[in-house]
Write a protein that binds this ligand. Structure first.
Ligand SMILES: [Zn+2]
Length: 739
């Protein structure tokens, strides 16, 4: 019998899922007028605001009036009832109307109790049969076992818990609701005085209940995340925005997809059903596709991306990208200078990417109402992850990609000790000056001018010494070489800049360089030194790793002495895990530099834009001594030439990507931490897309959005448009895009 009931429920749920589109998104909130405003107040105070957040309209109606009798429940997608008493006029009829409503696809959330277990007439009371005709549809069986009891233990489903500190000391009601469906989730479970566990709040795709006195805790705090509950009830049958990858594991592809924060499944071989995926990425040795499932998927409108080698091998100098893939400046060309194995385009295909010699590297063809995209797997390397994502996403009917939308500019090794050296590169350009004169009288004033001109903020990385000491004694002799380092440091304190730290000296914090004790000593010494020369209020939030190198050991020691550091700078060019945008420790993020140096403009543009394509960020580093460093100024350019180059770089970036926010490293670190730890949930139908964020997110959050049809947005706004790319700011927990 139990089994039959389950099967019935499963069939019923399937039917309901199909019919649910018949209803408009509107909720009916019921209360009893005889309860002196009790239910009415709960509905208006706790329920209505959550529905508003989800953009769900509602009506509030007294169940004891004629206006309820004249209401058709089928006009509503959701009914929320809140009653205190269990008497109702014509209770059986009310239960029957709920039963009919749910059978036709309606959803019901009961707060406190069903409110109709006794008929007000005193006779014709509903029995368990009538009550369970409603409860069973919600996935539970009710057994009349009401009692009052002091809860011994209360557990709240962590996915739905609204507040971390809830108190349930007072005596409360418990009743026994047994779960009869596998798709019902407990929200609150209580161990009562009899040592039995009671489900006092639960949720199924059809509805649920938050039992007597469990909506609020002893202090009046709401216990469960109601917008989440309503979101599941209203939108639970939407499909998630999700991709499928078929083939062997591929680290670069995995990272590229992870950085989009989107859901994806990965299977070694093709599943027999492809329903529900926005695109299928097919990693294969050859381009040949003879699979009926994939063909049917494309005929029905699906996108298949073939990531494979090809029959042509050619050395490619540069890769060219057009605005159809991503808005890029004219200066944007990706230098490659390696061979690529690629597949010649099929006749009637559309060109997506070419080489500077006009080889077609990536292309697509339409198949039925869908399409097939070819992309050479040789191009899937770390630097080009974003290029792959944009090439694919620009071709999807609808695509969305969460992005960081923040960039930072670092003055690495600044302020730094000077040595009153005469340096050829400097004297040639400026006459009889020293390194000290250049850093502090030429470079720094001009960098300040640059910041003013472009409205940018700098994060500096202060280095105290360049000695090679890794054992005691640790002193700060170089700091007093010239007074200018101290002066610059004081100037940075005024708040227009962020002072990050580079270290006591320039020796990377790694296990191979430092003994644990010595490292702890030098970090403590550096901390005391900072307190001496800056002020008590100064707290370093940003650390930039010398030579971009740090290991887990070094990061751990660093955070022990400087627990407030939230940003550790490394380089994206490396391949270890500390070279990825990632969380390390409790609240610290690794921010790898994506771009550095003053020239060539084409290179720093391409490094930055590729990173903007990947995550909507770039992290730019320059040094005061770049001009006379042979590896960082290989073309022996003058400082004047380099200064012109950095200006054209920043003006191009600001012109093409005006939506990008510029932040201090510590500000960016908070944004990146939020981005990496609070993933949006994205679901859609043909007509709408819902983007919902976990509780307590910082706003705005940003997305790249592309759609092949017009749309309106609520809970967010468009901040930038170029060709078919929209940059969207999400301003509320739930953002709705209606097509
Ligand atoms: Zn450095």
């Amino acid at each position: 019998m139990h089994k039959n009931r389950l099967r019935f429920l499963v069939i019923l749920i399937l039917l309901l899922l199909l019919s649910s589109t018949m209803f408009a998104t509107k909720a009916l909130l019921l209360y009893k007028g005889s309860e002196q405003g009790y239910g009415y107040n709960v509905q208006l105070k706790y329920i209505a605001p959550e529905l508003k957040k989800l953009l769900i309209d509602y009506d509030v109606i007294d169940v004891e009036t004629d206006s309820f009798k004249n209401t058709s429940l089928n006009d509503y997608e959701l009914v929320v009832s809140c009653y205190y008493t269990s008497q109702m006029n014509q209770a059986k009829q009310y239960l029957k109307s709920l039963f009919d409503y749910i059978c036709q696809g309606g959803k019901l959330l009961i707060i406190n109790n069903i409110g109709a277990s006794i008929d007000s007439s005193g006779t014709n009371n509903p029995g368990l049969q009538e009550l369970n005709s409603v409860y069973n549809l919600l996935g539970v069986s009710y057994t009349y076992s009401w009692k009052k009891s002091k809860p011994i233990q209360v557990s709240i489903n962590s996915e739905f818990q609204a507040d971390k500190t809830l108190s349930f000391e007072k005596e409360r009601d418990v009743e026994s609701y047994l779960f009869i469906g596998s798709n019902i989730e407990p929200l609150i479970q209580v161990v009562a005085g009899d040592n039995k566990t009671y489900n006092t709040a639960f949720l199924s795709p059809i509805g649920g209940m938050i039992g007597y006195n469990y909506l609020l805790d002893d202090n009046g705090k709401v216990t469960v995340n109601l917008s989440r509950v309503f979101g599941e009830l209203i939108y639970g049958d939407w499909k998630n925005y999700k991709l499928l990858v078929v083939g062997k594991d591929n680290y670069e592809l995995r990272k590229a997809l992870d950085y989009t924060l989107l859901d994806y499944d990965w299977t070694p071989s093709l599943p027999s059903v492809l329903f529900g995926y926005e695109a299928v990425i097919y990693l294969n040795d050859t381009v040949e596709l003879n699979d009926a499932v994939l063909n049917n998927y494309m005929l029905d409108g699906g996108t298949v991306v073939i990531l494979a080698m090809g029959s042509v091998t050619r050395v490619i100098k540069e890769i060219e990208v057009t605005n159809d893939i991503f808005p890029v400046p004219n200066e944007f060309k990706i230098s490659w200078n390696k061979s690529v194995r690629f597949q010649e385009q099929k006749t009637s295909s559309e060109i997506l990417l070419t080489s500077s010699d006009n080889d077609v590297l990536s292309w697509k063809i339409e198949i039925g109402s869908g399409q097939l995209i070819y992309y050479p797997i040789d191009l899937l390397e770390k630097r080009l992850r974003g290029l792959f994502i944009q090439t694919v996403f620009s071709q999807l009917p609808i695509s969305i990609q969460p992005v960081i939308n923040s960039y930072s500019i670092y003055l690495d090794d600044f302020p730094l000790p000077a040595y009153n050296r005469k340096i050829d590169a400097l004297t040639r350009e400026f006459g009889d000056i020293t390194d000290n004169n250049f850093y502090y009288n030429i470079w720094w004033p001009m960098m300040k001018e640059l910041a003013k001109k472009f409205g940018i903020k700098y994060t500096t990385a202060f280095v105290a010494n360049y000695n090679a000491s890794v054992t005691w004694p640790f002193s700060f002799q170089e700091y007093i070489n010239t007074p200018e380092q101290e002066k610059a440091l004081q100037e940075l304190l005024d708040g227009e800049y962020e002072i990050g730290v580079h270290g006591y000296n320039h020796i990377p914090l790694t296990k191979s360089n430092w003994k644990e004790d010595e490292l702890a000593d030098v970090l403590r010494t550096f901390k005391i030194f900072l307190r001496n020369v800056l002020n008590e209020q100064y707290v370093p939030y940003t650390y930039v790793a010398p030579n971009n190198i740090i290991d887990e050991f070094g990061a751990k020691e660093l955070l022990k002495v400087f627990p407030d550091i939230t940003s550790i700078g490394t380089t994206y060019k490396a391949t270890d895990t500390i070279s990825e945008f990632s969380v390390i420790g409790d609240k610290t993020v690794v921010i790898p530099r994506t771009t550095s140096g003053y020239y060539p403009v084409q290179k720093i543009i391409s490094d930055s834009v590729l990173s903007i394509m990947t995550l909507g960020t770039f992290q730019y580093f320059v040094h005061p001594d770049d001009v006379f460093s042979t590896d960082r100024n290989p073309e022996n350019k003058t400082w004047k030439e380099m200064y012109e180059s950095i200006q054209s770089f920043i003006s191009i970036i600001q012109m093409y990507y005006p939506f990008l926010n510029n932040h201090f490293s510590s500000e960016s670190a908070e944004i990146i931490y939020e981005f990496l730890t609070k993933k949006p949930h994205i679901s859609l139908t043909d007509k709408e897309m819902i983007v919902s964020l976990p509780l307590e997110c910082d706003f705005p959050r940003y997305y790249y959005l592309r759609a092949n049809k017009p749309f309106t947005i609520s809970g967010g706004r468009i901040v930038f448009v170029s060709n078919d790319l929209y940059v969207i700011a999400q301003l509320d927990d739930v953002m709705k895009i209606v097509f």
